[in-house]
Design a protein around this ligand. Structure first.
Ligand SMILES: C[S@@+](CC[C@H](N)C(=O)[O-])C[C@H]1O[C@@H](n2cnc3c(N)ncnc32)[C@H](O)[C@@H]1O
Length: 197
């Protein structure tokens, strides 16, 4: 996980080697994204488009905007996604694309931000969502039991936080937040905004 510049050619092999439950994580994110009336989706840290494809499989009618800091990863996503998907080279720290979105998803990208960066992002995600919108965050966490820290990280580019801390930041940002899946040092968190859905 500790590669600052992921190589799209070797990305899936790397994930299979370092994150054995990578496929399960993507399945759990897609399952947690099930909502009615999802027309606009924002994917944070799109990479080669794996998460985007899974979530669009659940919401085939939706329009997706994906952002990633890596033009090379997005070039691979461009080939994997339909022409309707809008892909932008941008950092998670930058202003988010204009909403409102009905759903924001992210897999294995937010742990590259430090604690203050995550808390700030969660506020900006809440602002980008429509009332009743949902944020599904699948990511590496600092587990309660350190023996569950099985994914190799570098402690510099990878800055995972604990589950309780991230749930607290989500709640501070206005979400009703819960954990929908947890396996060792991987988790899926769901944040819902109040309002129609
Ligand atoms: C491990 S990949 C995850 C990609 C995809 N979501 C998946 O699950 O396969 C992490 C992605 O986040 C991107 N990334 C890392 N830090 C970022 C940042 N600060 N802003 C935007 N993208 C970032 C990387 O370029 C990379 O494509």
């Amino acid at each position: 996980m500790s590669q600052f510049h992921f190589n799209p050619e070797t990305y899936e092999t790397l994930m299979a080697a370092e994150v054995p439950s990578y496929g399960r994580l993507q399945d759990e994110i897609a399952a947690a994204s099930t909502r009615r009336d999802v027309e606009r989706i924002l994917d944070l840290g799109t990479g080669t488009g794996v998460t985007a494809r899974r979530v669009l499989g659940v919401h085939p009618q939706a329009r997706l905007v994906g952002i990633d800091v890596s033009p090379r990863m997005l070039a691979a996503a461009r080939r994997a996604l339909s022409a309707e998907a809008e892909l932008r080279v941008a950092r998670l720290e930058d202003p988010l694309p204009p909403g409102p979105f009905d759903l924001v998803v992210s897999a294995l990208a937010v742990h590259h931000l430090d604690g203050a960066g995550k808390a700030d992002l969660f506020h900006r995600v809440a602002m980008a969502l429509a009332p009743g919108g949902r944020f599904v965050l699948g990511d590496l966490i600092v587990p309660e039991d350190r023996r569950d820290a099985v994914t190799p990280i570098d402690g510099v580019y990878d800055k995972p936080s604990t589950l309780p801390q991230q749930l607290a930041w989500l709640r501070d940002a206005g979400f009703v937040a819960a954990t929908s899946w947890l396996e060792r040092d991987l988790a899926v968190l769901v944040g819902d905004l109040k309002g129609a859905q």
